[in-house]
Design a protein around this ligand. Structure first.
Ligand code: PEP
Ligand code: MN
Length: 338
């Protein structure tokens, strides 16, 4: 709910209203917007009637926000959220953040070759899965803690922040110590206990969209993290399930504009999982840049043919380099930088 207060209202009067609203367990934040004072009220709105607020003579208007997400709602909090990862800033107007690396960490030689290569081509963050929630129990499940150790070493050697997926709240301490951006995978987008735990984390969260989830459900998952205390959420579209079997998923590029309109959070695109086919990754990356994505997350492998997971969608280092050359030109054409 947004409560607008008439000009020249004293702070003492405003505080009386805030106290009343807080007595209903609402969270109230006072903001100045275009010289007007507004109160953003969050909580269970069935507890109060608009007239109880309008009874305060200095209240100009009361408007209810119908969307169930509040903290990540641009209507309530219009300023773009800029997520800081060490010295990097991700979000509106900032350079397009390129995250690249293997689907899974397979060993230190593999990760070193890839880290060195993607960094040289201009990637700013290194990705790699250590705990892999796979659809099949017979597929490679990741190296676990050993994988995290390998990522940490690469972080020290190549000075690239690390992005890796956390699938259980019980691993939070390990990730807090070693990983720079904690990824929530598509399969865990509605693991609410995990989301609540990540709300207490000091690290930015990269929240993937579940493959069968609506935009509203996705934003509600972000709301879990932000409302629990962690404002640093980056959304990641990775394709949704449709009737079309030609691609692994269907890349929903329109979400970039929709998210920018409805939410204040940065959004990046993962063309690798969205298509499942390395041949489609470059063109979808270019499209995402033009559509206004704040970043890309791309799977790269030094030898995709023998990758332990997602080889078919992984770019070789050579093809990643070509993609980056093109991406820089496309970004410049739309007045962005990489
Ligand atoms: C991944 O990025 O490694 C991954 C498993 O992606 P998703 O959760 O989108 O399937
Ligand atoms: Mn993968």
């Amino acid at each position: 709910m947004i409560v607008s207060v008439k000009n020249n209202t004293s702070q003492t009067d405003i505080d009386k209203l805030i106290n009343k609203l807080e007595s209903f367990d609402f969270k109230v934040s006072q903001q100045s917007h275009l010289n007007n004072i507004i109160l953003i009220v969050i909580g269970d709105m069935t507890k109060i009637d608009d007239n109880a607020i309008l009874a305060f003579r200095f209240v100009a208007s009361v408007s209810r926000i119908s969307a169930p997400y509040k903290r990540v709602n641009r209507q309530l909090f219009p300023d773009d959220v800029i997520v800081k990862v060490n010295d990097l800033e991700i979000g509106s107007g900032r350079p397009i953040a390129i995250i690249a690396g293997p689907c899974s960490v397979e060993g230190s030689d593999q990760l070193n070759i890839i880290a060195k290569g993607v960094r040289k081509s201009g990637a700013k963050l290194l990705r790699g899965g250590a705990f892999k929630p796979r659809t099949s129990p017979y597929s490679f499940q990741g190296l676990g803690k050993q994988g995290i150790d390998i990522l940490k070493k690469a972080n020290q050697d190549y000075k690239m922040p690390i992005v890796s997926e956390i699938s259980s709240a019980s691993d939070l301490e390990l990730f807090e110590e070693n990983v720079d951006v904690l990824q929530v995978g598509a399969r865990n987008m509605q693991n609410f206990d995990l989301l609540k735990a990540l709300g207490k984390s000091s690290k930015p969260i990269l929240l993937k969209r579940g493959f069968s989830n609506t935009i509203e459900e996705w934003l509600m998952s972000a709301e879990y993290i932000v409302s629990a205390g962690n404002p640093n959420v980056i959304l990641c579209e990775r394709g949704i399930r449709t009737f079309e079997p030609y691609t692994r998923n269907t890349l929903d590029l329109s979400v970039i504009t929709i998210i920018k309109q409805r939410s204040n959070l940065p959004i990046i695109i993962d063309p690798s999982h969205a298509t499942g086919d390395w041949r489609l990754v470059e063109s979808m990356s270019m499209a995402a840049i033009v559509a206004g994505a704040d970043g890309l997350m791309i799977e790269v492998h030094n030898n995709p043919e023998v990758a332990l997971s997602d080889g078919a969608q992984s770019l070789t280092l050579e093809n990643f380099d070509k993609l980056m050359t093109k991406a820089k030109k496309i970004a410049a054409a739309v007045e962005r930088a990489i």
